[in-house]
Write a protein that binds this ligand. Structure first.
Ligand SMILES: Nc1ncnc2c1ncn2[C@@H]1O[C@H](COP(=O)(O)OP(=O)(O)OP(=O)(O)O)[C@@H](O)[C@H]1O
Ligand SMILES: [Mg+2]
Length: 436
């Protein structure tokens, strides 16, 4: 049911019930008031007749009034019990004797009587009770007409006012329907009722967030395609070089370059895929209880061959056991990126140490190296996507630390970069909450 019909239904139902109560109360009050007035009239009529009234000849002077249902009927009997006067033709009540007011049943209806006895006469004034009730009912029903008019006007007013109130909602939905991903600006909030303003405000905030998210996506796609263009162009040149060097004895060198190019491109694609997967992760990846030191050990074992090729001493300083809640796959990626960076950017003959400290409330993961480190001014920026420091060895995609940050956020962990304490290079630390 629409808001307008719902309001109309409830308000008009309420008003109709109130109106019915009002008519009923009016009827009951009128009945009591009329009983007082008519009783007064009846006793006045009875006392207006002289005490020695002798009446006339009923045959010659028949009653002039015609009974219409609610009249007061006056009848007088002389001391011999002979009816000497009656006010109405066609109706004649029997003689009753109780003086003063009384109620009697006659001919299946109830009557109110007032009887005055004098030395010469018995004066009886009678009025039908149903006649009195009809007058009260008539009166109460007459108040129904203004009431019905009131209901009609109220109905029209509600219909109109709700319609104008809802117009701003209709306008809002029309405006929203016209929006496209390129037009996500603020909604017009002029002449809006106070109730609609919070909705417009919430929609504005949502549109703003959407627009920021879309901008981010656009920038990411633009950057990604830019990043992909260079290795692909290089690959093209390298294939040409392989082609040209065929038979010249330099094939092995050219092929090695080509292999490295292919590897770099597929690494970039891997990292890009990881970034986009992490964007939609979180809700989909259930967190389970994990031993961080076991994952670290696996990653270190995986990376030892790479460290050996670079003549880096990859070792473990301390690996405390400690349980955290997390996604094993993502933590693998976090550790792999951090240790890979340390091994990759530390000059040959260097040292990389991995430490896990289980503390009171948290677990601290630290990776230190003896490499050049990252200047303090760049330690925040390296978490941006595609950001690489201007060092000769920096041949990566610039996505590793952005991925680390995303994974840390998914685990409500904190990542920090700084100066290594034991070794001379970089110290990357991640603080995880302990599982309870
Ligand atoms: N341990 C480190 N020592 C010195 N410089 C580092 C270290 N780790 C990262 N960096 C610098 O920070 C930059 C960003 O690192 P990040 O891991 O985000 O990207 P990448 O290593 O270039 O690419 P990817 O990890 O995607 O292959 C690197 O290019 C490098 O210059
Ligand atoms: Mg890296």
């Amino acid at each position: 049911m629409s808001i307008r019909n719902r309001l109309l239904f409830w308000l008009l139902s309420g008003l109709t019930i109130l109106g019915a109560c009002f008519v009923l109360a009016d009827y009951l009050i009128d009945r009591a008031l009329l009983a007082d007035i008519y009783n007064d009239q009846m006793s006045q009529i009875a006392f207006a007749i002289p005490a020695d009234f002798s009446g006339g000849d009923l045959e010659r002077n028949p009653p002039a009034l015609k009974y219409d249902g609610d009249d007061s009927i006056l009848q007088i009997w002389d001391q011999n019990g002979k009816l000497s006067y009656r006010s109405h033709a066609g109706i004649s009540l029997p003689q009753f004797t109780t003086p003063g007011f009384s109620e009697v049943r006659w001919r299946d209806s109830e009557w109110t009587l007032f009887i005055r006895k004098t030395d010469h006469n018995l004066i009886q004034v009678a009025q039908s009770l149903s006649g009195r009730r009809n007058i009260a009912l008539d009166h109460a029903l007459r108040t129904l007409i203004p009431l019905l008019m009131f209901l009609l006007i109220m109905g029209l007013l509600i219909h109109w006012s709700v319609g104008t109130g809802l117009q701003s909602l209709t306008r809002l939905s029309q405006e929203l329907a016209k929006r496209t991903p390129d037009t996500l600006g603020r909604l017009t909030a002029q002449d809006q009722p106070a109730e609609i303003k919070p909705l417009t405000h919430a929609l504005d905030t949502l549109l703003q967030r959407l627009s920021v998210a879309l901008e981010g996506q656009k920038k990411f796609i633009a950057d990604a395609s830019h990043e992909l263009r260079t290795p692909l162009a290089t690959l093209q040149i390298q294939t040409q070089l392989v082609e040209q060097s065929l038979g010249s004895g330099r094939e092995i060198h050219a092929l090695a370059d080509l292999k490295a190019g292919v590897k770099r491109s597929s690494h970039l694609v891997e990292q890009l895929l990881m970034v986009s997967r992490l964007e939609s992760a979180g809700i989909h990846d259930p967190h389970t209880r994990l031993q961080l030191h076991e994952i670290a050990r696996e990653v270190i074992i995986d990376l030892i061959p790479f460290a050996n090729t670079r003549e880096i001493n990859l070792g473990v300083e301390q690996l405390d056991a400690g349980v955290i809640m997390g996604s094993e796959h993502h933590l693998h990626i976090l550790l792999r990126n951090l240790i890979d960076n340390a091994v990759r950017y530390t000059p040959s003959g260097g040292q990389v140490d991995v430490t896990i400290h289980a503390r009171q409330d948290d677990i601290l993961l630290e990776i230190e190296d003896s490499g050049p480190g990252i200047p303090a001014a760049e330690q925040e920026r390296v978490f941006d996507r595609f950001y690489r420091c201007l060092v000769p060895q920096a041949t990566g995609s610039g996505l590793g630390l952005a991925i680390v940050k995303q994974v840390a956020e998914l685990h409500q962990a904190e990542v920090q970069l700084g100066q290594a304490q034991r070794l001379s290079g970089l110290r990357a630390s991640v603080i995880f909450k302990r599982a309870v």
